[in-house]
Ligand binder design. Structure first.
Ligand code: ARG
Ligand code: ZN
Length: 874
């Protein structure tokens, strides 16, 4: 049963206000719901409410208990006779939180005796809590009353403003919350149990006093300082960058170790996977710190892009997610290094979204249909969606985009909006028609952008011809030309930028400008070009496309040496590295290989470049990205070739120079989080990794010392990873030490599993099997599953893709077990089968057999069945 965008109909019944009374218990909780109903006079549909496997205890309409003949419940939907406009429906249901392993609806985090209760409702979890029109275009005012034993549940939280609390008989207590802002059911949340709090007073720019409260279990509360500071930064930033203020008296944030996703923006009560909230130098890496800051900001920004303005239906998911990711990216760029953030985001897009867009799971940013909406919280909806917003922002310019966003928030406040509403507001506020960009939302596949330059030495013109083509499409989606903004500059052979005189335009020439390709093919002529230039195209990655341009290795080396756009400089290096990789693979002349090594050797010695950027420049594209450029993929061969490529680079830099640089960097070891210290750690790791390819014994000693003396997790984990991956004799002792040292810290222990799951090559599978028997491993915790199985199938291509198919069979077997516990997590893990059709024949056969066998299992969840079906192209 698939749901289609074109079938959308406004709800026949709405709920103006709802009162929810919870009587909370670990094994059983009861929920009394009072719905004040509003009927759409234009529709004549019976009252039908969503409700998933609820145990109905009582039901009454307008104060009268209903006889069994007056309603029907089939386990998914409740139909009630006799409801009128203005009716009040009252239902009472019983839930079983401790038995809820799917972590959707009301569930228990942690052990029965000490854990706490919480909810996850997006996308369709609310129907696991009570009967309701569980769809995002039904906005209601919520009053929530919680009752529970005071000793077992000392803390009672719900979204909204506090509206009284007190004692009850029998050691029980209550607390009430009223949310003045109408919201869809997916933003509802409650939390109850033993939690500690960290508090801060905040005054918004529009002078509203807000209490910020971060809640965590006792052993975690002192790891919330960083998140609190990040939250304050995010709140200030949204006031300044978008004029958006917080709108309740209190803002709760809660950390849990049991969570299916990263975090959730419930109104006034954000809930976070602990790994996206907790941070401390001894257990958190620099990368994870940046991630915490980003996710805290992302969820906070949803308060406007998602909550105040929500989505009409789940096809519009990117309306809130793509926009909020873009807002987070801009925030992170302002808080940290902007080019590094851009590099990180584009690398993620290429690693996660491009493969998705190229395989059987490809879907448009606004999908046309789905069977299970939870399968569409994808890199395409999030990351590609953010790229689309970035293009719109670029097209309008800084002030124009702000004007458009002001109008979007103003016109749609309190509404459930569509992508059309978004484009209309952005365009309308600027007198521009942005509807051509809708095509980007409607078709899947990564567009190819072909660029060809021609220099006329007589007329001093440079003609840039751009052409576009989007592969895939399965015949179902129309393929229309997309507007593709190409930000560009022209470089002289000496590395200087030329002023750009675009033919027929008189504006003062700039050295950088944007041309927009609007048709299948178009040429742009630049005048007064005094020398044959090297174009720097798609600067800052101005559109999410694959650029095909016939650069020579020398031209790429020029851009790598001179481009002032930090992103494009890195990009030139990546392109050159990919060509160097092909030199090795095809055993060809090696011009690119030499150019790449020479250019990096010069940069390495010059030391006039930021340490972190240098570390990134010294890193060739990853194995997944290299695989994207091939057919008949052999992931183990790619791994070996990429290792060989890095070895050539290491040899060119020289063991002595690497050792010297390492020593210089290690002499300044600190635990500070400022940009320079992070950059130093990043480069130090890269240098050590390169050294390990030349001198295993020497690097083993350095890594062992670094492991032992590391003041924080970044240095410790880097050293551990080098030891494990290079199979150093000291690896076992370091792993034992780490295990003991971090035994009580689940997030640190996750990294212990993940490092080993990424052991390259054939040995990985046995290690994974052994770790599965570790007392600390469980399929019930999503983070633990991700750290072992996720890291193995997703981040370790040469380990997972064994030619004997054992990796595929292991995944298929675990998916069956996992699916019975948690369908969302199983379905996400199953996407590792995505690229199987493009594997070389032996692996393709083995993968196919494992997937077919899995598909034949009875009783697979809708989540997993949809992914497996799509992967098999059914
Ligand atoms: N809206 C959340 C975010 O901030 C994601 C939650 C999705 N949860 C789910 N089970 N699909 O991105
Ligand atoms: Zn989000």
């Amino acid at each position: 049963a698939s749901i289609c965008l074109r079938d959308y109909r406004a709800p026949a019944w709405r709920v103006d206000t709802v009162e929810l009374d919870f009587d909370l218990g670990i094994d059983a909780s009861e929920v009394l719901a009072r719905l004040h109903l509003r009927r759409d006079p234009a529709q004549d549909a019976p009252l039908r409410l969503d409700g998933e496997n609820l145990q109905l205890l009582s039901i009454a309409l307008d104060g009268t208990p209903l006889p069994a003949t007056a309603y029907r419940y089939d386990g998914n939907a409740l139909e009630v006779d006799g409801a009128r406009d203005g009716s009040v429906l009252e239902t009472r249901v019983r839930l079983r939180p401790a038995a809820n392993t799917a972590l959707e609806g009301l569930y228990l985090s942690g052990p029965r005796e000490t854990g706490f209760l919480l909810t996850q409702c997006e996308a369709e979890g609310f129907r696991h809590i009570t009967f309701f029109p569980d769809r995002p275009d039904v906005l209601s005012r919520y009053t929530v009353t919680l009752r529970a034993d005071r000793t077992r549940f000392p803390v009672l939280l719900a979204g909204g403003n506090p509206d009284g609390a007190g004692a009850l008989d029998g050691g029980r207590h209550w607390a009430r919350f009223v949310d003045p802002h109408p919201k869809p059911s997916y933003l509802f949340a409650v939390v109850a149990g033993h939690l500690q709090v960290m508090e801060r007073d905040y005054v918004t720019a529009d002078d509203h006093a807000v209490q910020l409260k971060i809640w965590a279990e006792a052993d975690a509360i002192d790891r919330c300082h960083y998140a609190m500071a990040a939250l304050e930064r995010a709140m200030r930033w949204d006031e300044q960058a978008y004029g958006r203020n917080y709108d309740l008296d209190v803002f709760h944030v809660v950390a849990t170790h049991d969570f299916n996703m990263g975090a959730m923006e419930n109104k006034g009560l954000n809930i976070f996977n602990a790994k996206c909230l907790l941070a401390a130098p001894d257990s958190t890496t620099d990368e994870e710190y940046r991630h915490v800051e980003a996710v805290v900001a992302h969820e906070y920004f949803h308060n406007w892009s998602g909550n105040r303005v929500t989505c009409r239906d789940w096809f519009q998911l990117s309306l809130k997610e793509g926009l909020t990711v873009f807002r987070e990216q801009s925030f992170s760029a302002d808080m940290n290094s902007a080019p590094l953030k851009r590099i990180e985001d584009v690398a993620l897009l290429r690693r996660a979204q491009f493969p998705e867009d190229a395989g059987p799971l490809a879907h448009p940013v606004r999908p046309a249909q789905y069977s299970e909406i939870n399968n569409f919280y994808t890199a395409t909806v999030y990351e590609k969606g953010a790229e689309l917003v970035r293009m719109l922002a670029g097209a309008l310019g800084r002030d124009g985009f702000r004007r458009g966003m002001d109008r979007y928030f103003e016109r749609n406040d309190g509404r459930a909006a569509t992508l059309e509403d978004f484009l209309a507001a952005l365009g309308g506020a600027n007198g521009t028609d942005l509807t051509p960009y809708l095509a980007w939302y409607a078709q899947a596949g990564t567009p190819r952008l072909k660029a060809h330059g021609h220099y006329d030495a007589v007329r001093h013109t440079y003609t840039l011809t751009l052409a576009q083509y989007t592969p895939g499409g399965h015949g179902a989606e129309p393929r229309v030309p997309l507007p593709i903004p190409v930000k560009l500059a022209l470089f002289t052979p000496q590395g200087d930028m030329l002023p750009l005189h675009l033919d027929g335009q008189t504006a003062k020439p700039d050295t950088e400008r944007v041309v927009v390709l609007e048709r299948a093919e178009q040429s742009f002529v630049f005048a007064d070009v005094t020398t044959a230039p090297v174009p720097s195209l798609l600067r800052g990655f101005s559109a999410p496309v694959i650029l095909e341009c016939d650069y020579t290795p020398g031209e790429l080396a020029l851009l790598l040496a001179h481009d002032v756009d930090g992103f494009n400089r890195w990009e030139a290096g990546q392109q050159l590295a990919a060509r160097a990789y092909e030199d090795l693979r095809d055993d060809t002349a090696g011009a690119a290989l030499h150019a790449w090594c020479d250019a990096l050797a010069r940069l390495f010695d010059a030391a006039a470049i930021d340490d972190a950027l240098l570390a990134d420049l010294l890193t060739p594209p990853g194995e997944v990205e290299l695989a994207e450029r091939e057919s008949a993929i052999d992931p183990q061969r790619i791994h070996h070739l990429r290792q060989a490529l890095q070895q050539r680079l290491a040899a060119r830099l020289g063991a002595a120079a690497l050792r010297q640089r390492y020593a210089a960097l290690a002499a300044h070891t600190t635990i500070e989080l400022d940009a320079a210290s992070q950059a130093q750690r990043r480069l130090k790791r890269r240098v050590l990794e390169l050294l390990a390819l030349l001198d295993r014994a020497g690097s083993g000693e350095l890594a062992t010392a670094q492991y032992r003396e590391a003041p924080g997790m970044t240095d410790r984990l880097a050293a551990l990873s080098v030891l494990v991956r290079s199979d150093a004799p000291q690896a076992a002792a370091a792993l034992r030490d780490y295990r003991e040292r971090h035994a009580g810290n689940a997030l640190a222990l996750d990294k212990w599993f993940a490092v080993q799951a990424q052991l390259p090559g054939e040995r990985a599978l046995d290690r994974v099997r052994r770790l599965e028997r570790d007392a600390a491993f469980t399929l019930k915790n999503p983070n633990r599953v991700q750290s072992l199985l996720g890291a193995f199938v997703r981040n370790n291509p040469s380990g997972f893709h064994r030619v004997d198919g054992a990796g595929y069979r292991l995944l298929a077997e675990r998916l069956v077990a996992l699916d019975a516990l948690n369908p969302q997590v199983a379905a996400r893990l199953a996407t590792a089968f995505n690229g199987w059709q493009r594997l070389e024949p032996l692996r393709r056969e083995a993968a196919h057999a494992a997937i077919v066998e899995l598909a034949g299992h009875h009783g697979l969840s809708r989540n997993l069945a949809e992914i497996i079906g799509s992967v098999l192209n059914r």
